[in-house]
Design a protein around this ligand. Structure first.
Ligand code: NAP
Length: 291
């Protein structure tokens, strides 16, 4: 299927029909961007639809790093599905991106709610028939901040429900769709504070931190990343862990030195890895983060 040169949309029927058949995008979001945006994104259009666009779901994309990942993927011409547990917050975020010319569609998904996760997978399957990128970004710090000797199973469970079990259930719900992609990519939002090597090093900048629930949830997430990468070895699906650094967002009461824009960069890079890229790796912008 030969496309047009970028920035010169042409009317036709084939792609429009095939997109309409699987739900397509809302009409206002299939419009090609203006000349300036086309120069910035460099994509091929037919019927006002990006032929090279990837379909990306980002959980917890209504704010913080997730919103930024969505913005940066969207700015590169991809269709971004704004995963949010709250429908209003998700719609507001998607509207804000759409107003900047990004193909952003809200998807209600609470990663701790099996019915919501299954519903999101059905919706994406019906509308697009596949998923190219899954960013497991939704995460919480949890209410418990005491010493490990004071932790309860419930305080651990609260964090694990989102940061660990939620990632497994969303990944497994989306995996059939990712397997239909030519090059599926799964990015798990991890953290330097989940690194056992850094945590056990008295000289590391994180040595003073001992948040048992949050930190061990990210250690578990790293293990889950390796486990899925092992299962998917030999398939086109790659699974990696992204470490954004310490980013000022609601999760840490805006105490980070980095901006969400900076925090999103490594996740976007891993989401758009080419076939030669790694799988089962734990990376920051500066390279490998020790397990
Ligand atoms: P944030 O601003 O608090 O954003 C967290 C996002 O996750 C929000 O959209 C939140 O939705 C969503 N979320 C929470 N529970 C959810 C659930 N059950 N289902 C669906 N969505 C849910 O925090 P952030 O800093 O951007 O964090 C994003 C990810 O990066 C997290 O996994 C975090 O652990 C990781 N990370 C952050 C830092 C940092 O320094 N900020 C460092 C390393 C890793 P609501 O708005 O509805 O609450």
């Amino acid at each position: 299927m030969g496309g047009q040169k970028l920035g010169t949309p042409r009317r036709g029927r084939t792609v429009a029909r095939s997109l309409a058949a699987c739900g397509g995008l809302p009409a206002e979001q299939t419009r090609p961007p203006g000349r300036a945006a086309a120069r910035r994104t460099a994509f091929v259009y037919r019927d006002g639809v990006m032929l090279t666009a990837k379909i990306a779901l980002i959980t917890g994309a209504n704010k913080g790093i997730g919103f930024e990942i969505a913005r940066q993927l969207g700015e590169r011409g991809n269709v971004v599905l704004i995963g949010a547990r709250d429908e209003v917050r998700g719609k507001d975020a998607a509207d804000s991106l759409a107003s900047r010319g990004i193909a952003a569609v809200p998807v209600q998904i609470d990663v701790t709610d099996a019915a919501s996760v299954a519903g999101a997978a059905i919706q994406i399957g019906q509308r697009y028939g596949r998923l190219d990128i899954l960013v497991n970004n939704a995460g919480i710090a949890g209410a418990f901040t005491g010493a490990p000797s004071e932790a309860t199973a419930d305080s651990m469970r609260e964090v694990y429900e989102t940061n660990v079990f939620g990632v497994v259930s969303v990944t497994n719900a989306m995996l059939p769709l990712l397997r239909r992609s030519e090059a599926g990519r799964i990015v798990n939002m991890s953290s330097h504070v989940g690194s056992l090597t850094l945590n056990s090093d008295p000289g590391s900048p994180f040595s003073g931190l001992n948040l048992i629930a949050y930190q061990s949830s990210k250690t578990a997430l790293n293990a889950i990343t390796v486990a899925f990468a092992k299962e998917l070895r030999g398939t086109p699906v790659k699974v990696n862990a992204a470490n954004p650094g310490v980013v000022a967002t609601d999760i840490n009461h805006h105490r980070g030195q980095r901006t969400p824009e900076q925090g999103a960069v490594i996740a976007v890079r891993l989401a758009l890895l080419d076939g030669a890229g790694p799988s089962g790796a734990c990376l920051s912008e500066d390279g490998a983060v020790p397990w």
